[in-house]
Design a binder for this molecule. Sequence first.
Ligand code: TRP
Length: 355
Amino acid sequence: MEKIILTGDRPTGRLHLGHYVGSLRRRVILQQSGDYAEIFIMIADAQALTDNADNPGKIRESILEVATDYLAVGLDPEKTTILIQSQIPELFELTVYYMNLVTVSRLERNPTVKTEIKARAFDQSVPVGFFTYPISQAADITAFQATTVPVGEDQIPMLEQTREIVHKFNSVYGQTLVMPDILLPEKKLWARLPGTDGKAKMSKSLGNCIFLSDSAVEVKERVMSMYTDPDHIRVTDPGKIEGNVVFTYLDAFVEDSHFADFWPDYSNLDELKAHYRRGGLGDVKVKQFLNRVLDTELEPIRAERAKWENNINEIVEILHIGTKKAQKKAAETLQAVKEAMHIDYFGKSYLGGNC
Ligand code: TRP
């Protein structure tokens, strides 16, 4: 069977290094691998609205930001279909039929949704749309007949929910939907890059992000003020690697060639870590090195972004074409779903005939 990828992001702001390490970088590799017949990347604006109903302007603006970030990191519209969720009504029709296959108590057990409800302090006022977004996400995945869904660990419950819906649908109505598999990040560390302040997560409201669209000066400022080891006071003091954000970022980005290029005193990260642990190595030097490593990675992205920023209409056109192509696929799936349920009353399951 042909392999098809579907994944996506909620457009709630510009994308940052956490997104890059956790998913974007991998998507480009998957795109280049040639292993997939089709790749769909969804800008999940309808899902973003489930907890931003009062702020559609923010979601609207973020759609172009996210699309520009996609193109800047190397997603190629010739190979990857980029689409806007809300413009594909078939997804919402599928959602309605899937809702009948899921219980309220099953949704209540979804650990990611639980965590998000707490984080947003919804208490008793959880919007129904938010509560049910895992079902809508199952529609996203199945509509494009995805076999493979590359996402972070926080999305495991969504994939489980989707697989349950596929199983239930196929056993009630007959084999129709494709059973998707999750594709998790290769290394645990990459699943979630911490904020520059050492907090577990990069978040815009905490001001601890490095955005893909940040200038070289902004990145340097963030790196130089990064959280390290609070007990590493004098250069001669032994330093700790665990929980030291500078080293976590090096783990995610550094290659041996960076040492050859920028810091030939060491041949790899293990040697650098050993020196830091022993003592005699100051934070500033390590930060300067990290800054050069990040700059090597981010400069081409920045340059590419600058080109696209002068070409907004072309980006909109890419989104329009991608969305139309994706809609065609979703319409095929919806048709198959309706036929399986025998509710295609004016077509194959004609109401006037027997079925
Ligand atoms: N829930 C995902 C997130 O918060 C975004 C998303 C929406 C998604 N629909 C999807 C991811 C379908 C994978 C597949 O990042």
